[in-house]
Design a protein around this ligand. Structure first.
Ligand code: ARG
Length: 264
């Protein structure tokens, strides 16, 4: 090989090595979609459905706030990372986690066996149960009473699942909406006889809308549910960070300070 050619091939080799190194560098940054914040701590992207007061909602300034958000911030502080929230809405949240657009989701997501087939969950951080919301003059006294009634729910939530079990999977009496406030509106507007959803959200709605004459109906048949942070299947690195933070805030009382009760 002539001297000149050898130089060119050496140059090419160096160029391809640096391209490779560069690609690896950016590759690491993109995977997990996280970057370092000003503090030098890792910033995790968090997806949510901010229509779920008091758990996750938008304040007047467009900031995502709520009990779930405070819990995640406390977990992040305890485990030494930062968080950046993005509102996706309920249904788009699942593909956002699965596709790696966000590192995890917080959205009062109940840990269920079915969801565990497609996602991983952190340890539980909040306990809940379903609650029925009806007009004040309704005769509904228990969940069974909804058997031949029209029931509104947020689509693909645990409220939707228990209602399907009672009314039948394909029942046309189930009014499944995109968000919980919409499900409640359907009931208030008379398109449904009752709305079924997570207790904290139903209680919050009733408390903040005293002019709308509503009452809540409890039922012992509703199983206790536990909320977890939802992560892409197999992402143990994130799960470990989240569980470390959850353990710390359970042990030091911070979680109870935010929620007002013990989870387990
Ligand atoms: N806990 C219920 C579930 O996991 C409802 C959660 C809905 N959350 C929300 N932010 N819309 O199915």
């Amino acid at each position: 090989m002539k001297k000149g050619l050898r130089f060119i091939s050496l140059g090419l080799l160096l160029a391809s090595v640096s391209i490779l190194l560069f690609a690896c560098g950016t590759g690491t940054k993109d995977s997990g979609s996280s970057k370092d914040g000003d503090s030098g701590k890792r910033v995790l992207k968090v997806g949510t459905d901010a229509t779920y007061a008091p758990m996750e909602l938008m304040d007047e300034k467009g900031n995502i706030v709520g009990i779930d958000i405070d819990i995640v911030k406390a977990i992040a502080e305890a485990a030494g990372f930062e968080v950046e929230f993005k509102n996706y809405g309920w249904e788009p949240l699942f593909p956002a986690v699965d596709g790696g657009e966000v590192d995890f989701a917080v959205s009062s997501i109940t840990i269920t066996d079915e969801r565990k087939e497609s996602f991983d969950f952190s340890d539980p951080y909040f306990a809940a149960n379903q609650l029925i919301l009806v007009p004040e003059d309704s005769t509904v006294a228990k969940f069974e009473d909804l058997k031949d009634k029209r029931v509104s729910v947020q689509i693909n939530t645990t409220g939707h699942i228990v209602t399907r079990e009672l009314l039948g999977n394909t029942s046309s009496k189930i009014v499944a909406t995109e968000s919980m406030p919409l499900a409640i509106s359907e009931m208030i507007n008379g398109n449904a006889d009752a709305a079924v959803g997570d207790n904290a959200v139903i209680i919050d709605y009733k408390a903040n809308n005293p002019k709308v004459k509503l009452k809540t109906v409890e039922d012992d048949s509703f199983e206790k549910e536990f909320y977890g942070l939802m992560v892409k299947k197999g992402n143990t690195e994130i799960i470990d960070m989240l569980n470390e933070g959850i353990k710390i805030i359970k042990d030091n009382g911070k979680l109870k300070e935010i929620t007002g009760f013990d989870v387990d």
